[in-house]
Ligand binder design. Structure first.
Ligand SMILES: [Zn+2]
Length: 559
């Protein structure tokens, strides 16, 4: 069990951190006995029941005075080297100068930011920054897009886990992915357009004509696209009059194509509630081209077909992010068409404010999936796990990890298909390491001219399918994380040769895959030394709602 002593301002960050690193913890109570106590206030209790203490603080503490550690604040941005990864810090940090050899360094330097003080009665680990201040930044504003590729919050969890192993504290955790799977994937589609017919002689149509004729010719010349795609785009431009006359099909209407590509995977479509309304921002009208040109009521049939095919339909919010009233109006407009009791939301153009989670929660939306980047792919919150933004009560955010336009638009990342696939593979690698949900947004109209990003999308899905992946709609993914959040450790008792464990959950839904309980039982004598510290064996136990588990430690790990 972990005991925590934190600043008052960090309370919600602490609670949320231990939903993501799901391991037993509580606010420190004297003389209760803890494997590890984490403190960010500088207070180090002289409690003999504490096996180890981790002091996460950038300021000098009384402990530093006693143990001869000198604190040297460093200007940020600060980068740490941990397990071959670069870990950015967003708040104040300090170098720790001491006779002890550090186990955590600044990137590209021998200066220490983490060390263990040896020769004391208990393990004391000193870290030169405040973990929960970092978590607060990640779960509210998030990281800047230049650090998008770094799963920073997951690295903080890994670092704490490695400290627990280093000090020999036995613990159990619930992995952020169901038993039997390596990660989850959620395929989503923002519906900004439903046909080019709605864009006769407007800026969208002229933009299309220019990019299809000039842009794709230039790209083919430069080897960034194939000549066959260029020919398809040219043909599409010259077929426009026939589309407008209704003589041939509108090539921007793609629902059937997506249902074909994603057969059985279950995807989520977010629809804009109002036609010709761009919304507002800072009390000013948003740019005109933010307005959708389709009317929800005229595509009722298509929306019903999506639902009948196991897809989910949600709100692509226009003003919902700004207040409860706006969110309520937009939600009821979507429900008029879906006739479903619940709906989630993602904002059009990813508009967002600190107050959005609270507004959306009060309006009755069931989740949000806006927290991501327009100009990068990766982990804005430093994790692919669904989480509770610090401004809300219990409202869940399913972070958006990758969208097509961020990868390919020249003024965004502007990648070639080969470069984009490298980026996507990197995201898959992170998902394999840390679990969570790979939430992808492929816009409708992206399969058609002039984008033609359908082949790439198919290939990306094939890469994902090479792994054991649980495909869920956004709402289903969120419900799985809500279930994991509701799980409680009633009793965790490490005894001589094993563990007595009582875990409870209000409802274990039928058909739900088991959770994985990972039991770390570090035995100091049997520990394996690695470059990064002490690594200990663990055992994975699938948990399907049993009332009580008694686990006997494997023979080989007993000392
Ligand atoms: Zn949009």
């Amino acid at each position: 069990m972990i005991g925590v002593i934190s600043k008052q301002s960090e309370v919600s960050a602490v609670k949320e951190f231990f939903q993501l690193f799901k391991t037993p913890w509580e606010w420190y109570v004297p003389h209760r006995g803890y494997g590890l106590v984490i403190t960010t206030t500088g207070e180090v209790p002289a409690d003999p029941g504490i096996n180890a203490i981790a002091v996460y603080d950038s300021r000098a503490t009384p402990l530093d005075h006693e143990t001869g550690i000198r604190i040297r604040p460093i200007s940020h941005p600060t980068w740490l080297k941990f397990n071959d990864a670069d870990l950015p810090l967003y708040r104040t940090a300090s170098v720790l100068e001491s006779a002890e050899a550090p186990f955590l360094h600044l990137s590209g330097s021998s200066q220490g930011v983490g060390l263990e003080i040896v020769g004391t009665k208990r393990h004391i680990v000193r870290i030169g920054y405040d973990l929960f201040e970092e978590v607060s930044v990640l779960l509210s504003e998030g990281q800047p897009s230049e650090n998008a590729g770094i799963p920073t919050l997951e690295l903080h969890i890994s670092l704490l886990r490695s400290i627990m192993l280093r000090v020999g504290a036995p613990f159990v955790e619930v992995l952020p992915v169901p038993a039997g799977y390596e990660f989850m994937a959620c395929l989503t589609h923002d519906v900004d357009f439903t046909g080019i017919r709605e864009h006769k002689f407007d800026s969208t149509m002229w933009g299309f004509v220019y990019r299809a004729l000039v842009g794709s010719f230039r790209d083919a010349l430069g080897g960034r696209t194939s000549w066959s795609k260029c020919r398809r785009n040219w043909r599409a431009v010259f077929s426009l009059p026939l589309v407008y006359l209704g003589l041939i099909e509108d090539f921007w209407l793609e629902f059937d194509c997506y249902m074909e590509i994603e057969k059985g995977l279950g995807s989520t479509f977010f629809f804009i509630p109002f036609k010709n309304y761009p919304g507002t921002r800072n009390s000013q009208p948003a740019p005109k081209r933010r307005a959708a040109k389709y009317d929800l009521l005229t595509i009722k049939k298509e929306i019903r077909a999506l639902i009948d095919n196991g897809c989910e339909v949600g709100l692509h919010g226009v003003d919902a992010w700004q207040g409860t009233e706006q969110a309520r109006t937009e939600l009821s407009r979507i429900q008029e068409v879906t006739r479903q009791p619940n709906a989630g939301v993602r904002m059009h153009w990813l508009y967002w404010a600190d107050t959005s989670p609270k507004a959306l929660e009060e309006a009755g939306l069931s989740y949000d999936s806006t927290f991501g980047y327009n100009d990068a792919v990766g982990f804005r919150a430093g994790t692919a796990q669904a989480f509770c933004p610090l401004g809300g009560e219990s409202f869940i955010e399913l972070p958006l990890i990758a969208q097509d336009t961020a990868l390919f638009y020249p003024d965004r990342m502007g990648l070639s298909e080969t470069e984009a696939m490298d980026s996507c593979r990197q995201l898959i690698r992170q998902a394999l390491l840390f679990g969570g949900v790979l939430t992808i947004n492929w816009h409708t109209r992206s399969l058609s001219p002039e984008r033609l990003w359908g082949d790439f999308y198919r290939e990306f899905l094939n890469e994902i399918k090479e792994h054991r992946v649980w495909f869920r709609t956004a709402g289903q993914a969120v419900r799985w994380f809500q279930s994991r959040r509701a799980l409680q450790f009633e009793r965790v008792q490490f005894v001589e040769d094993g563990l007595q464990l009582k875990v409870s959950l209000p409802t274990f839904e039928p058909g739900q895959p088991p959770f994985t309980l990972r039991i770390h039982h570090p035995m100091v004598n049997g520990a394996v030394e690695t470059d990064t510290g002490t690594q200990c064996p663990y055992a994975d136990i699938p948990w399907k709602g049993e009332a009580e588990l008694t686990l006997v430690q494997p023979e080989h790990s007993r000392s």
